[in-house]
Write a protein that binds this ligand. Structure first.
Ligand code: ADP
Ligand code: MG
Length: 702
């Protein structure tokens, strides 16, 4: 039987049930799926570097044979180092593997192998070069024959799947491609291929696995070979097409046009404003007001750094909607934040006489019933809450605007469930994880984008320092001084209770800090496992200044706004992500007093943790931090695959490939919006995922 995209992987020789099961766990059951499992790196195994020519600092691939190996154990330590000596005709090379016990006995003398890694100089003997923890691959004797998958060509390197190593995957794919007979339908039209000079889908896919010998390996590793560029373009194109369709569908729905230019709205807006808005806040409100006036529902993303003043803009938008006789729902990811929004909305709306309602799951049954009744009758004008808002029992009389705060904490589905509580209400989502524009287009490309790029006046910059644990006494002294000057402090721990991980825990440290370090001060404790009333109570006391030092976990990460708090100490700072640290730090620096953030972490942390901590010390700009975060983590993790599963690209990288993203987006949106090209669009839906396909059908019927 000829091999085609739909052949099951079990049709491949040498792929038994165990391997098939491993592949199936990754959703790979057909040859087509397998072809879409793409390499993440390439090695030039035509031109190996000769050992005699290696220089420190270089990343090189050498072909060699094993001479001898030995396991070296360190006294008193559990780990062992494996020393391997290899040679090629030009010289010898020492290789060391940390935690290398598993390698003992693996390399027989004379075993041919390929090593890929960074060349370093032995610190004790600078003339001696070595490789530490290189990637290695054992070759079979005689493997340099011309039809080997592993040498004599530019070889692809794949991420291993369970115990299916990169090499096994390479061999499987090598055979697949040799025997492949099938067609591979091309989502890009001949017109597009011609215009951009792209290879066909079939050619690109085969070349991405096994590039021609003439292609420069550097180009391949930058993902800039013609085949890769085409594949990346295609991924963006289809994704953006999905977004374009979703957007088109939104725009075909009848919304609720609001009257914005009337005196009573102007009056109400003037009434509620506690301060002079920044130019950025004004501009963004103008965007929103223009959307609200339209006959199609608003779907807008409001981006702004931590503390840039998004809340008041949201409350202004709410004012317009409430003056038009509609209700507003604001959903926040944590109870603490929902309560805080409730309190500030009550304060800000008090002069306007709007009824402000709170809905969280920790409420008493009676309270909740009463709240639900007021929401259903329309008496509640402004409803703020947590996920409790999307429960079945919640019914709005006239929902006109949905606001989602800290959107990154919610999935698209939750957003949808809240909007379905009204008849095509306007939607405003706010994010406090500032992301570069191209990324915003990727993640939220069906939304219009407004950015607050200016901080409210009167802020003093936060000073951030990295301190080792030995310096804690001095840190506590600094906290004491700030509190004596009337300020308040946060002290953050990564976990609630002590565990095997040997991390300091909030509860235990609270005991210690309140008893022995700050016995004369009022210290409070806040973490996610406390009951709602307890949490509210502690937050209330902290807001009122009755608690001077708040020991907390990351429950205070988002949104909490206490201006008098000017110190934040984060212990085990190396255990937190970059975005998370930026969020945490955003709790201070909100008033006129100078703020200090102290990151406590050992000086010998991992390279990545060092990069994170140094970034924070160097800059407070959320956009810069987000970009750095993305570089350090890569797009998959940055997006958090769980929540944004539909943005898992195979090869495309929104930051690296932002130019292709822009191109693909323009092509996709032009196509989707051009009614005369509907047949072309129709054909393309076959290439979209099931979620997009159903969207398309809805869009097609209007
Ligand atoms: P975020 O964008 O992080 O949600 P907030 O909306 O919580 O920020 O605003 C941060 C703080 O700045 C709040 O205390 C808010 O009252 C204050 N603030 C917002 N806008 C202004 C402004 N134009 N002038 C002065 N203070 C402002
Ligand atoms: Mg906020």
């Amino acid at each position: 039987m000829p091999l085609t995209s739909s052949s099951p992987v079990t049709a491949l020789k040498g792929l038994g049930p165990h391997r098939a099961a491993l592949l199936a766990e990754r959703g790979i059951t057909t040859v087509g799926h397998l072809l879409n499992y793409l390499p993440f790196r390439y090695e030039d195994r035509i031109h190996f570097t000769r050992i005699a020519e290696l220089v420190p600092g270089q990343v090189a691939t050498v072909q060699a044979e094993a001479e001898s190996g030995s396991l070296v154990r360190f006294r008193g330590r559990r780990s062992a180092m494996f020393h391997l000596n290899v040679k090629d005709p030009s010289g010898k090379l020492a290789v060391r593997f940390f935690h290398g016990a598993y390698l003992d006995g693996k390399f027989k003398p004379g075993q041919p192998l390929v090593l890929h890694g960074k060349v370093t100089a032995d610190p004790n003997r600078p003339l001696r070069i070595e490789m530490i923890n290189p990637e290695y691959e054992l070759l079979h004797p005689g493997d340099d024959a011309t039809n080997s998958a592993d040498v004599g060509r530019i070889v692809p390197v794949y991420e291993a799947i369970g115990d299916l190593s990169s090499r096994m995957l390479r061999r499987i794919l090598f055979r697949v491609i040799e025997d492949f007979q099938g067609e591979i339908p091309d989502p890009l039209s001949p017109e597009l291929l011609r215009r951009y000079g792209f290879p066909s889908k079939r050619e690109a896919l085969l070349r991405v696995h096994f590039p021609e010998k003439s292609v420069d390996v550097g180009l391949l590793n930058e993902f800039r070979s013609p085949a890769q560029v085409r594949m990346i373009f295609e991924e963006f194109f289809l994704y953006q097409l999905g977004l374009a369709i979703r957007r088109l569908r939104e725009q075909q729905r009848a919304g609720i046009p609001m009257q914005v230019r009337q005196d009573k709205v102007r009056e109400a807006l003037k009434q509620i404003l506690p301060f002079k808005p920044t130019a950025a806040q004004k501009r963004v409100l103008a965007d929103i007001a223009a959307d609200l006036e339209r006959a199609t529902p608003m779907s807008r993303l409001l981006e702004g750094d931590v503390g840039s003043g998004k809340t008041i803009v949201a409350l202004e938008a709410a004012t317009i909607v409430i003056e038009n006789g509609y209700q507003v729902a604001l959903m926040a990811p944590t109870e603490i934040l929902a309560v805080q929004h409730y309190l500030s909305a009550r304060r800000i709306f008090s002069s306007a006489n709007y009824f402000v309602e709170l809905l969280v799951s920790g409420m008493k049954f009676r309270e909740k019933e009463e709240a639900l009744t007021r929401i259903a009758s329309g008496q509640a004008n402004f409803v703020t809450g947590t996920h409790a808002l999307i429960e079945e029992a919640v019914n709005f009389a006239k929902l006109g605007l949905v606001i989602i705060d800290e959107q990154h904490r919610f999935g698209v589905l939750q957003r949808k469930r809240l909007t379905e509580k009204g008849k095509s209400p306007h939607v405003l989502v706010m994010t406090a994880t500032p992301i570069p524009r191209t990324l915003a287009l990727t993640l939220y490309g069906d939304l219009d984008l407004s950015v607050i790029d200016e901080m409210p006046p009167g802020r003093t910059p936060i000073e951030t320092q990295w301190r080792a644990e030995e310096n804690l006494p001095g840190v506590w002294e600094a906290v004491r001084r700030q509190v004596a000057a009337g300020r308040q402090a946060y002290i953050i721990y990564p976990v609630v209770e002590e565990s095997k991980q040997e991390l300091k825990a909030a509860t235990a440290e609270y005991e210690r800090l309140s008893k022995s370090i700050f016995p004369k001060l009022k210290v409070g404790l806040l973490h996610g496992r406390m009951r709602s009333e307890e949490k509210d109570d502690v937050m209330e006391q902290f807001r009122a200044g009755q608690i001077q030092i708040l020991v907390a976990t990351t429950v205070v990460e988002v949104g909490v706004d206490v201006r008098n708090a000017t110190v934040m100490v984060i212990e085990h700072a190396d255990r937190f992500g970059l975005a998370q640290l930026h969020q945490l730090r955003g709790r201070i620096g909100r008033g006129a007093h100078k703020s200090h953030c102290i990151l406590v972490a050992p000086k010998n942390v991992t390279e990545e943790a060092r990069a994170r901590l140094e970034t924070l010390v160097a800059t407070a700009d959320g956009f810069q931090i987000a970009e750095q975060d993305l570089k350090l983590r890569g797009p998959g993790e940055f997006f958090g695959t769980k929540q944004h599963g539909d943005v898992a690209f195979h090869m495309a990288h929104p930051l690296r490939d932002h130019k292709l993203l822009d191109l693909a987006r323009a092509e996709a949106f032009t196509l989707a919006e051009d009614r005369s090209r509907s047949a072309e669009l129709e054909k393309l839906t076959a290439f979209l995922g099931p979620e997009w396909q159903s969207k398309f059908r809805l869009a097609a019927v209007g």
